[in-house]
Write a protein of this length. Sequence first.
Length: 196
Amino acid sequence: MKKILLGLFALSAISMASTEQGTFSNRVGINMANKGTEKWDEIDLNDDNVYDESYGINYKLLYNVTDRFRWGAELGYDVVAYSDEFSKEFDTDGDYIGLLTYGITGEYDVYQNDQLSVYLTGSLGGAYNELEANIILEELTLTAKAYAKLGLGTRFQNGLGLEIGTKAVAYDLDTNYSGSDEMTRQQYYFEANFTF
C-alpha cells in the first residue's frame, strides 16, 4: 500500500511539473518592466524616453500539444508611467496610460524533473493605446499597434512560476515637429505567475 501511495504521489508531482498532452492550462501573471529603450525611426532617443516603468497583469490559455510544448492565446494589460523628461515638456491627461496586448503564445520545456520545469516562451500579437500630448505649437500622437515577447521561465510543482525576458511594442507616430512616423519600445520584464 505504501508503494502504491508513493507511486501516485510521484505521478502527480510529474504531472504538475510537466503538462499532460491534450489538456488545457490557465496561467495568470503579474509583471513589472524597466524603463527600457525607445527608438524613433530606428534612432535611439537615449534618455529622452516618452515612457517610464510599467506594471501589468496577463492571462494565458494554453493547449498542451505534448508534455513539453504548449501554445495558445495571451491577453495582457499594462499601466505605463510617463517619464519625467516627457512630463516636463508635454501636457498629458494624467501621469499614466494603459496598454492592451493580445496575441498568440507558445512555450517549450527545455528541462523537466519531479519538482519543476524550465521553459522558453514567445508571444506575438497586437497592441492598443493612444497617447495625445501637446506643448503650445507642438503636438504628438502615439498609437500602439503590435507587440512581441521572448522569455525564460520556471514552473514549480505547485503551479507557481517565475519568468524573465524582453518585450517590445511598436507604435505609429504622428507629430507636427519632425518627420518621424514610427516608434519602438523595448523593455526587460520580471513576472510571477500561477498555472492551474
